[in-house]
Design a protein. Structure first.
Length: 337
């Protein structure tokens, strides 16, 4: 028994068709890097279930209590309170809004995430949604199902303007992809410093101008105190009635009530929503029936190479930690990303 421990709390479903094989390989590589650490694995759900029952079970105390490093999709507050030796928490996902409660934010625990790993597929998904709307895919599918010949006139992405809210990994990659389609690209973020692939940068105080010029508005930012309800009634009214909203990062950046109003009143032409305030959507959620709206189950960041990128990033950071170097993909717990 070693005095230091790394705990991997995982969801086997994350690791593709052969999760046990992938997890075994990852644990082996962690042990080869962190030779001074015990490495333990438990399925995350077992620990979360025990927390939901309000019990600090022996599993919680034994697994989390002496862990110096925890790798998980989430570390509930009860488990965190037991983690007396915790120095580094790595979240197996890009956003951390679901896992960043006050006690953790105020602690000295270092926090990282897998941000950046899903940037490429998220950008691809946003681009696919744009093509979906411009090429009348939904109308053509419906026509095919009813055996109806439907010579609808398509639109080009060429010369259209895309406004990208947030220029992290997915936003920046989307900008480059859109330039390949000869689109005009606008970027919106906290600062107006330049970004490759962006024709014009806007700071948050120019949001209305940014929206008025965009044919597509793509939300790629996390849901933080600063971005929550960023788009409300006045923002949707500022958009073109031919414009589309695309959400690939987090729900809640666009206010649900205002977005529904915009869709139902025709303030905007439609929306593609992969991330939602309520997940999963309940059967009576009004977005299911919102006009000209695509609903997908928060899968934009998935792809066949996610497992590989996530493992490589985690192993690199564990080596950095062991060597006393600065970690990558760190989270500023005060701002939430």
């Amino acid at each position: 028994m070693k005095n230091r421990k790394i705990l991997l709390m995982d969801r086997p479903s994350f690791w593709g068709a052969e999760p046990q094989h992938s997890i075994r390989n990852l644990l082996t590589e962690i042990r080869e890097i962190a030779t001074d650490f015990d490495v333990e694995y438990i399925e995350e759900q077992a620990l979360l279930d025990s927390e939901e029952k309000g019990k600090r079970t022996e599993l919680t105390r034994r697994s989390v209590g002496n862990a110096e490093i925890v790798v998980a999709f989430d570390l509930g507050i009860e488990a965190f309170q037991e983690a007396k030796n915790l120095k580094w928490l790595h979240i197996l996902g890009a956003g951390v809004d679901h896992a960043l409660y006050a006690e953790l934010a105020d602690s000295d625990v270092l926090m990282t995430s897998s941000k950046g790993n899903g940037g490429i597929p998220m950008a691809e998904t946003a681009l696919a949604y744009m093509l979906f709307f411009q090429k009348n895919i939904l109308q053509n599918l419906k026509a095919q199902q009813s055996k109806k010949w439907n010579p609808a006139v398509n639109r080009e992405l060429n010369k259209q303007t895309v406004g990208i809210i947030g220029l992290g990994h997915s936003g920046a990659d989307l900008a480059q992809k859109c330039k390949a389609f000869h689109m005009r690209t606008l970027g919106l973020r906290r600062s107006d410093k330049p970004c490759p692939g962006i024709d014009e940068m806007f700071s948050y105080d120019r949001l209305q101008e940014f929206l008025r010029e965009s044919d597509f508005v793509v939300i790629t930012v996390p849901n933080t105190k600063e971005t929550k309800d960023m788009l409300g009634d006045s923002e949707f009214e500022a958009m073109k009635d031919t414009a589309y909203l695309i959400v690939t990062s987090r729900g809640g950046v666009a206010n649900d009530h205002s977005l529904l109003k915009a869709l139902n009143k025709g303030w905007i032409a439609g929306a593609a929503l992969d991330a939602h305030t309520e997940e999963p959507l309940s059967q009576d959620n009004p977005f299911w029936e919102a006009p000209n709206t695509i609903i997908t189950a928060h899968m934009a960041s998935t792809g066949q190479w996610i497992e590989e990128r996530t493992s490589e990033q985690l192993l690199d950071n564990i080596k950095r930690y062991v060597d006393g170097k600065t970690l990558l993909a760190t989270i500023n717990k005060k701002v939430g990303y």
